[in-house]
Design a protein around this ligand. Structure first.
Ligand SMILES: [Zn+2]
Length: 329
């Protein structure tokens, strides 16, 4: 149990998942209200485990007043289905359609990913993957948000905490920040052992351009690096006490990877798929969607920094380096 103030304590509850990422952490904040931050995958096993751990601190699921979700991924929302029907569920609006598995929205996904793969010049043998992109939603919940929050908002019953909008790993991602204590409940924004993937997401209804996940993620990290963070309570892995250093290290590594991509493209124009194979020669086949997300992220970043340009007139798109005085070499 982590003591926040004399009136507030936080208990970390770790729940197993069937995913490669392993266990997921949820947090129970005991204050004026009892708030659960994130709710593991929707399996019976996870629920039994959660109830047992809750029992250790003398609580039952009915004692939980509200749930805050950092983002819509199944390992963070699945268990919501097991709670009483009227429990408030709070999060960023971009989580909602995923959580309710909105049929019209999910229907657009296959087509969205097909166009991403075509534009990237991906070998057609991978196209069937686009039918499976939402398989993981089996472990997600079937309930949406009851209350929406965004940057700077506070949550009722969570004295001292503020919502930070921290997109990148998901465009819906929020974190909870306790300025006075320097504590961040960070979801997947910063993990000690791995760098969260800047996942490409299908456009939300009304949008005609996909969001640049890695560019947004870097901005989120830069925003966090300005805060006096003393500890990050993450969604996976160890509690982080060196957030500033870790963020700097992550940004450095990202910069290195971008340099590698740039050097490759400068030799001759390339497709995103060619860059992906170059960056991840041993894993791209097994993890095409993840490695392609990362690759497109790097290309977005370089395009945003005006180091490369993209010919979008033809499919697949071709990326080429821009040589000018400021980035010669
Ligand atoms: Zn996630």
């Amino acid at each position: 149990m982590v003591k926040v103030t004399s009136k507030q304590q936080i208990q970390q509850i770790t729940i197993p998942t069937p995913f490669p990422v392993g266990d997921v952490h949820t947090y129970v904040i005991l204050g004026e209200k009892v708030t659960l931050v994130d709710a593991g995958v929707r399996t019976k096993e996870a629920w039994e485990y959660f109830k047992q751990e809750l029992n250790v601190i003398g609580l039952t699921p009915d004692d939980i007043d509200q749930i805050v979700v950092t983002h819509q991924h199944p390992d963070h929302v699945g268990l919501i289905d097991f709670f009483r029907k009227d429990i408030p569920v709070i999060g960023h609006e971009r989580s909602h359609l995923w959580m309710i598995k909105d049929e019209a929205y999910l229907k657009t996904h296959t087509e969205f990913y097909l166009s991403i793969l075509s534009e990237a010049g991906v070998d057609q043998r991978f196209f069937p993957l686009t039918e499976k992109v939402n398989d993981m939603l089996h472990f997600s919940c079937n309930r949406g948000l009851t209350d929406l929050v965004d940057e700077g908002d506070s949550v009722q019953g969570l004295d001292g905490w503020k919502v930070l909008y921290t997109p990148g790993h998901s465009s819906a991602h929020i974190s909870l920040w306790h300025e006075e204590k320097g504590t961040l409940i960070g979801g997947d924004v910063l993990l000690a052992h791995i760098s969260p993937n800047p996942l490409i997401e299908p456009c939300y209804p009304g949008e005609d351009e996909r969001r640049k996940a890695l560019v947004e993620y870097i901005a989120s990290l830069e925003k966090l690096s300005l805060l006096p963070i003393r500890q990050v309570l993450p969604g996976h892995g160890d509690i982080i006490s060196n957030a500033k250093e870790l963020i700097e290290e992550r940004l450095r590594k990202q910069e290195k990877r971008a340099e590698k991509v740039l050097a490759f493209i400068r030799k001759q124009p390339r497709t995103a798929y060619e860059v992906c194979v170059h960056l991840f020669p041993t894993v791209y086949e097994k993890q095409l969607m993840l490695t392609l997300s990362e690759t497109i992220g790097q290309l977005d970043y370089l395009e945003d920094a005006k180091m490369i340009e993209v010919d979008r007139n033809n499919v697949p798109h071709q990326y080429r380096g821009i040589i000018n005085e400021s980035n010669k070499g």
